[in-house]
Design a protein around this ligand. Structure first.
Ligand SMILES: [Zn+2]
Length: 160
């Protein structure tokens, strides 16, 4: 669910992380949602959050730095749905040891809520499941149960 980034990584201000993970280039305003999604609100190590910081490539961006934490592999796709431009940097001994951009999964289960109130995934114990596609640079999600399609923005406001 990740792809190597080949271009030269831009400088990161990671001096305050010894060993851990930096989530960089997060869609502005999405940092709080990612903290919840990743369970980092309960993390015992230090967590630094920057919101709407200046970015050469994006105009503005959010950044999360987490000491003593590695990104679980199954979380990458979920992050991509909310903040597709996010890069995941592993830091060891104050240096970035790897840097990868998240990539969208083909399907996402259990994280999002179907906006269709009569959808079976909103009743009983059925876990939500969506097929993920991009259309004209927008993320489009199709519910695997009611088959209705939604733009990412429509679904995000119902979820988490
Ligand atoms: Zn549905």
């Amino acid at each position: 669910m990740t792809q190597e980034i080949l271009e030269t990584p831009e400088m990161l201000a990671v001096g305050d992380i010894e060993n851990g993970t930096v989530l960089d280039h997060i869609t502005p305003g999405m940092a709080v949602r990612l903290l919840k999604l990743l369970g980092l609100v309960q993390h015992h190590g230090s967590v630094t959050v920057g919101m709407r910081l200046p970015s050469a490539s994006m105009g503005s961006k959010d950044v999360i730095k987490v000491e003593g934490w590695q990104m679980p592999a199954d979380a990458v796709g979920r992050i991509a749905v909310f903040a597709p431009t996010t890069t995941v940097c592993c830091v060891q001994n104050y240096r970035v040891s790897s840097k990868k951009r998240v990539s969208l999964p083909e399907h996402i289960s259990g994280v999002l809520v179907c906006p269709n109130r009569s959808c079976i995934s909103n009743h009983g114990s059925t876990e939500s499941r969506f097929q993920v596609r991009t259309h004209r640079k927008k993320i489009r999600l199709q519910c695997c149960y009611c088959e209705k399609a939604f733009l990412h923005d429509e679904i995000a406001q119902y979820s988490l």
